[in-house]
Write a protein that binds this ligand. Structure first.
Ligand code: ADP
Length: 588
C-alpha cells in the first residue's frame, strides 16, 4: 500500500517536472519559430545566426540544445548569454526575460536601428516587438507592429495570424489561465491532503503491525514459558502434587483469613463512618456554638459602642454641667460684686443725699441769716439815710465844699447799700414761691418791653422775639429772670453799638426723661471770656468796675436760683467782641 502511494507521489512529481521541461522546450521552439517567420531589414553577412539571451541559464541551455537540430535562415545557430544590455552586439535576435527586470524601453533605445529582433517574455502589452506570454502549460504571443514596422522587420502572415491582437483576448487568456491555475492548485491541494491522510494511515498501520508483532512476541514467550512449566510439572513427583494440594489448602485458609479480615475491616469502616457522623454532629454543634458566640460578641460590641456613646454623652454632660456651674459661680460672683458696688453706690447716694440735705439746711440757714441780717441792717440804714437827708436839708449851707462832697458821697453810698441789702433780701426770698401758674412768655416779654421802654428808647435797642410758649412757674420770678437777661444784653454793649436782643425758644424732646423748653437770649454785646463762664453766676461776681458798667453783681445769681427752682439749668455761649447767648431750660 505504502509503495503504491509513494509511487503515486513520485509519479506526480515526475509529471510536474516533465511538464516544466516541455514548457521550457516550447519557449525555445517559439523563439526559433519567430526567427524563421521574420524578414530582417538588412542582410547579415555572417555565416551564423546569433541569438542573444538576457535571461536564465536554463533558457540558454534550451536554446543551445535546439540549435543542434534546427537552422535559421539556412544558417547554423549560435546562442550567446549577456549579463547587461550594453554588452549586447552582433546578434540578430535578442531574447529578454521579464523576471530579470530589464527596462524594455532602455533595451529598445539601445538596439534601435541595429537590425536586432527583440523577443521578450511576460512584458506588458505592446511595449516590446514580439512578446511571449505564459499561459498555463504553454505560451501565447503578441506582436507590436508599431515597433516592428519602425525597425523595418517583416512578419510572415502565418505568424501574425496566431498572435494575440486585442487586450480583451489578453483578459480572457488571463482569466482562463487564472481558472486553470486555481484548478491545478485545487488538485494539488487535494493531492497534498490525500498524501497526508495516506501518510497517517501508513503510520497507524505501521504502529498496528508493531503492536501485533510485539503481541506475537509476548505470546510466543508465554508459550515457551508454559511449555517449560508443563515440562517441569510433568517431571515433579506425587509429593509435589501433595505439596501443591497443601499449598492450595493453605491458600484457601489464607483466603478465608483475608475474607474475615475484610469483614473486620468493613465493620471497622462502619465504625469509622458512624464516628465520622458523630464527629460531623459535634462539628455542627461547635459551628452553632461559634455562630452563637459570634452573635453574642456582636451584641456585646454593640453594647460596648452604646456604652462608649453613653460615656461620651456623660462626659459632655459633665463638661456642660461644670461649665454651667462655673458660669453660675462667675455670674454669682459678678452679682455679688455688683451687689457690693450697688451697696457702695447706695451708701454714697445716701451720703450725698445726706450732704445735700445738710447743704440745703445750711443754705436755708444761710438764706435765713441773709434775710434776717439784711432785714435787720435795713432799719439802721433807713435811720442813717433819714439823718443824711436831714443833714443835707438843715446844714448844707453851713458846710464848705469838702463837707458838701462828703455828705453827698455818704448819701450815695447809703443808697447803694440799701440797693444791695434789697438785692440780698430778694435773693434769699427767691425760689420760695409755691404759687405756680401758666405763664404766657409772649405777654411777659411784652410787659417787660413796656417796663424797660425808657432804657430801650435811650439806647435805641431792638428786641426780637419768636412765638414763645406758655410755661408753668412763678410769674414774678420768671419775669425777673427775663428782665435780668434782657437788661444785661442792653447794658453790656460797646459804645456806639445799638443793642439787638433776640429771644427764642425750642422744645427739646427727651425719650428717657421729661421734655424741656430751651430758651435763648442772644445779644450783640461785648461778650464774656470762656474762663468766666461759670463764675459770673455766683453772687456779687462782676467782670467790670462800676465806672465801666453799673451793677451789683447779683443779677445772674438771681437767674441761676430762679431757673434751678424751676428744675432747669442755665449756661451761656459767648465770643468776646461779638456777643453772648444765655440758655436756660424749663420743663415742658
Ligand atoms: P451786674 O449786671 O449787676 O453787674 P450780673 O450778675 O447781672 O451783675 O452780672 C455779673 C457780671 O457778668 C457782669 O458784671 C458782667 O461783667 C457780666 N455780664 C452779665 N451779662 C453780660 C452780658 N450780656 N454781656 C457781657 N457781660 C455780661
Amino acid at each position: 500500500m505504502v509503495c503504491v502511494l509513494l509511487c503515486f507521489y513520485g509519479l506526480s512529481i515526475h509529471a510536474q517536472t516533465t511538464n516544466q521541461q516541455v514548457k521550457r522546450l516550447q519557449r525555445a521552439i517559439f523563439v526559433y519559430n519567430f526567427a524563421q517567420q521574420v524578414g530582417w531589414p538588412n542582410q547579415v553577412d555572417a555565416t551564423q545566426f546569433k541569438i542573444g539571451v538576457l535571461g536564465p541559464d536554463r533558457a540558454i541551455i534550451d536554446f543551445k540544445s535546439l540549435a543542434q537540430k534546427r537552422n535559421i535562415n539556412n544558417k547554423p545557430v549560435t546562442v550567446v548569454n549577456f549579463n547587461s544590455v550594453k554588452d549586447v552586439k552582433d546578434v540578430q535576435l535578442l531574447y529578454v526575460n521579464k523576471s530579470f527586470n530589464f527596462d524594455i524601453n532602455y533595451i529598445l533605445n539601445k538596439i534601435s536601428g541595429q537590425n536586432i529582433l527583440l523577443v521578450t517574455e511576460d512584458y506588458n502589452y505592446h511595449t516590446t516587438m514580439i512578446n511571449m506570454v505564459n499561459v498555463g502549460d504553454s505560451f501565447e504571443y503578441e506582436i507590436n507592429n508599431k515597433t516592428i514596422d519602425k525597425e523595418g522587420f517583416k512578419i510572415a502572415n502565418s505568424l501574425q495570424q496566431y498572435a494575440i491582437s486585442s487586450s480583451q483576448k489578453w483578459k480572457d487568456l488571463y482569466q482562463n489561465s487564472e481558472a486553470d491555475l486555481e484548478a491545478s492548485k485545487k488538485i494539488e491541494a487535494e493531492q497534498q491532503e490525500n498524501l497526508v491522510t495516506k501518510d497517517a494511515e501508513i503510520l497507524s498501520q505501521k504502529q498496528q503491525i508493531n503492536t501485533q508483532e510485539s503481541k506475537i512476541d509476548t505470546i510466543l514467550n508465554t508459550v515457551v514459558t508454559q511449555d517449560k512449566w508443563i515440562e517441569t510439572l510433568s517431571n515433579q513427583s506425587e509429593l509435589h502434587k501433595q505439596r501443591f494440594e497443601d499449598k492450595v489448602k493453605i491458600e484457601q485458609d489464607l483466603e478465608d483469613n483475608i475474607k474475615r479480615q475484610i469483614e473486620f475491616i468493613k465493620s471497622q469502616d462502619q465504625n469509622i463512618i458512624s464516628r465520622n457522623l458523630e464527629i460531623q454532629k459535634q462539628h455542627n454543634f461547635i459551628q452553632n456554638q461559634i455562630a452563637e458566640i459570634e452573635t453574642k460578641e456582636f451584641i456585646l460590641k454593640q453594647k460596648e459602642s452604646q456604652l462608649n456613646t453613653q460615656k461620651t454623652i456623660n462626659i459632655l454632660l459633665i463638661t456642660l454641667i461644670s461649665l454651667a456651674v462655673l458660669g453660675g459661680i462667675l455670674i454669682y460672683r459678678s452679682y455679688l460684686s455688683k451687689k457690693k458696688l450697688n451697696k457702695k453706690l447706695k451708701d454714697k447716694n445716701a451720703a450725698i443725699q445726706k450732704q445735700s440735705l445738710e447743704l440745703e439746711i445750711k443754705n436755708d440757714e444761710l438764706e435765713q441769716f441773709a434775710y434776717i441780717a439784711s432785714h435787720d441792717l435795713k432799719e439802721p440804714l433807713i435811720t442813717i439815710t433819714g439823718l443824711i437827708d436831714l443833714l443835707v436839708e438843715e446844714y448844707e449851707d453851713k458846710l464848705d465844699d469838702n463837707g458838701k462832697m462828703s455828705l453827698n458821697f455818704i448819701s450815695q453810698s447809703s443808697a447803694r447799700m440799701q440797693k444791695l441789702i434789697d438785692a440780698i433780701l430778694q435773693y434769699s426770698r427767691l425760689g420760695k414761691s409755691k404759687n405756680t401758674t401758666n405763664i404766657n412768655c409772649n405777654s411777659v416779654i411784652s410787659i417787660l418791653k413796656d417796663d424797660l421802654k425808657n432804657v430801650i428808647d435811650r439806647t435805641e435797642s431792638t428786641i426780637i422775639t419768636t412765638d414763645l410758649p406758655t410755661i408753668k412757674g412763678a410769674e414774678l420770678e420768671l419775669r425777673l429772670l427775663f428782665q435780668n437777661l434782657i437788661s444785661n444784653g442792653i447794658k453790656f454793649t460797646k459804645k456806639g453799638v445799638k443793642p439787638i436782643i433776640s429771644i427764642d425758644c425750642n422744645l427739646q424732646s427727651n425719650v428717657e426723661s421729661v421734655d424741656y423748653w430751651v430758651f435763648s437770649i442772644t445779644d450783640n454785646g461785648i461778650g464774656i471770656p470762656a474762663k468766666h463762664k461759670d463764675r459770673i453766676f455766683s453772687i456779687f461776681q462782676r467782670l467790670h468796675s462800676r465806672d465801666e458798667y453799673e451793677g451789683t453783681g447779683i443779677g445772674l445769681a438771681h437767674c441761676k436760683k430762679i431757673v434751678e427752682a424751676h428744675s432747669g439749668r442755665i449756661w451761656l455761649d459767648s465770643e468776646v467782641g461779638k456777643g453772648t447767648t444765655f440758655y436756660f431750660t424749663i420743663p415742658a
